[in-house]
Design a protein around this ligand. Structure first.
Ligand SMILES: O=C(O)CCC(=O)C(=O)O
Ligand SMILES: [Fe+2]
Length: 238
């Protein structure tokens, strides 16, 4: 079972969350758990590669994508880069753990342990105290993996009837540098002025931000070797 770092007291951070609408908390998981999770993410071979084509979500097997001829990969990259300038677009790898484990038997120990952890009373109570939202009933979750050229354009996470109260990101990226890109930007407009806050994907940090709120995952630079791993999802009301 994954464990929270017991030294972090959510009530002491609630004021900051309330004032800003977001917070980043370092060293969120017990340290051996974060290290082991990172190793398991790094060993995971199959992912869904998610992007949009002609305005609709697409899922592709990442392993089959790796077999494509280079020319074919280049064509997709140009399409995505061009489309990202004109419309809502994203490209990253994920595994929809909540869909795989919820209401079904899931036999992958890693997926089960993440699903159980984010729905444990420890994690949900932590989130309820931090956000002062007692109506949080459960957390959905996915594993995500971004690498060079991957991004997620500006959006606000607001989807009707999903009961999303706040979004969370447990960052499992090692050795991030500002030059890699891949930080999470949160945008606000205050007195007509755009304010952008950038949250680096610091290893073993938790980001929580209220929904709706404009944010994006900045593109990981083409030259970067970064593997941006995270557990992401929403704290939801049934
Ligand atoms: O990975 C992140 O930092 C945020 C991801 C996100 O915004 C989303 O999946 O909707
Ligand atoms: Fe989002």
């Amino acid at each position: 079972m994954l464990k929270l770092n017991k030294k972090i007291t959510p009530l002491s951070l609630a004021e900051r969350y309330k004032n800003n609408g977001y917070i980043q908390i370092e060293n969120i998981l017990a340290s051996p758990d974060a290290q082991q999770l990172h190793e398991k993410f790094a060993r995971q071979k199959e992912w869904n590669m998610a992007f949009r084509k002609l305005g609709a979500h697409q899922d592709l097997s990442y392993q089959s994508y790796l077999q494509w001829p280079e020319a074919h990969k280049k064509t997709l990259k140009s399409y995505l880069d061009d489309s990202a300038k004109r419309e809502f677009q994203y490209c990253y790898q994920n595994i929809p753990i909540f869909d795989l484990c919820h209401n079904k038997q899931c036999h992958v120990a890693l997926f089960n342990s993440i699903y159980q952890f984010v729905n444990s009373s420890d994690f949900l109570n932590f989130a309820r105290e931090l956000t002062n939202e007692n109506k949080i009933d459960f957390a959905d979750c996915q594993m995500t993996f971004y690498q060079s050229g991957n991004f997620l354009n500006l959006h606000d996470d607001n989807v009707k009837n999903k009961g999303r109260i706040a979004a969370y990101v447990i960052n499992l990226t090692k050795n991030w540098k500002p030059d890699d890109g891949g930080d999470l930007s949160i945008e606000k407009t205050l007195s007509g002025k755009k304010i952008i806050s950038s949250l680096p994907p610091t290893f073993n940090s938790l980001n929580i931000f209220s929904v709706p709120q404009d944010h994006q995952v900045n593109r990981i630079k083409d030259h970067s070797n970064l593997k941006r791993y995270a557990i992401t999802g929403w704290l939801r009301q049934s």
